[in-house]
Design a protein around this ligand. Structure first.
Ligand code: HEM
Length: 273
């Protein structure tokens, strides 16, 4: 079962939702770690052009990140360090952890300069490398107006030795972790066919280069299992999806899903005649 179900009992809102994070909790390993690490290694080897993107400007911060990450593993996850390899330092780092890793460098604006993203949720890393935060989020409805300035300011202000985290979720038709593309069409079928996908994202600054490391940890659970565990799950899910603006519903691939779920919920709670 997944450790986070970030559904709020309120209308949908586009917000940063950042919380301070204790550095000891920067990275997470769970009982699936070995299979996830094996999948990551396979994707790096077989799909390298789609999961690894590296600019020259990302090399020094990636070397710094590998050192910071190894120290972190030694201290908080002993036994997870692994032997040194000869690949790019970000790829070495990404082979050791369940998180995807992105290195953001401050130039004219914050730009993505190195990334290993094995588990994208319907976006293409090749289109994002070198892009600014605003360009990366170009397809996200409302980002420019409500999040553009606050996110840029947050990146400028992240203090050394501090970390932050946020959660993001969506519904997909597949439990696959590597979803590099796909129509943003609403999932077909019903709750029993859907998967609730959560991203736990963290942010921290590297002390020497000043670059910001953005990590994405992806968790997936059957929506029906979450509904069985929490009797309010479907109701809150419906409220969240139905209250999102139409452009956001289209972007997330939710159009019509809330109505379908709500109709089913009403039908199943109607007393038998
Ligand atoms: C505080 C910082 C950030 C906030 C508040 C934020 C917020 C968001 C939001 C609201 C979305 C829409 C997706 C959804 O809700 O499911 C999104 C998508 C996305 N974000 Fe961020 N984000 C942040 C940082 C970053 C960083 C540092 C990267 C660097 C790689 C990034 C990469 C993306 C990508 C690739 C997408 C998908 C865009 C697409 O559909 O093409 N985000 N982000």
């Amino acid at each position: 079962m997944i450790p986070y179900v970030p559904l709020e009992r309120r209308s949908f809102r586009l917000h940063m939702g950042l919380r301070p994070l204790e550095l000891s909790r920067w990275l997470e390993f769970d009982e699936d770690a070995e299979s996830v690490l094996a999948l990551r290694a396979r994707l790096i080897d077989l799909e390298r052009a789609r999961v690894v993107a590296l600019d020259e400007a990302g090399l020094a911060p990636s070397e710094e990140l590998l050192g910071v990450l190894r120290e972190h593993l030694t201290r908080w996850h002993p036994g997870r360090g692994g032997p040194p390899g000869s690949d790019h330092p970000l790829v070495e780092a990404a082979r050791l952890v369940e998180e995807d890793l992105c290195v953001m460098v401050r130039e004219d604006a914050w730009r993505l300069r190195a990334a290993v993203v094995c588990f994208p949720s319907r976006w293409d890393l090749r289109e994002k490398i070198g892009a600014t935060l605003r360009e990366i989020h170009g397809p996200v409805p409302g980002y420019e107006a409500s999040l553009g300035d606050p996110v840029d300011a947050f990146f400028d202000r992240i203090g050394e030795g501090r970390a932050f985290w946020r959660l993001n979720w969506t519904l997909l038709e597949t439990p696959e972790l590597f979803v590099p593309e796909g129509a943003r069409a609403a999932p077909g079928g019903d709750l029993a066919d859907w998967y609730f996908r959560v991203e736990r994202q963290t942010f921290r600054r590297l002390p020497e280069s000043g670059a910001v490391v953005f990590t994405i940890r992806t968790y997936v659970a059957r929506a029906s299992a979450l509904a069985a565990r929490d009797p309010d799950f479907v109701e809150v899910l419906v409220d969240q999806m139905a209250s999102a603006p139409p452009a956001m519903q289209a972007y997330k691939g939710w159009a019509g899903v809330a109505e379908r779920l709500e109709a089913r919920r009403r039908a199943s709670s109607r007393p038998d005649r």
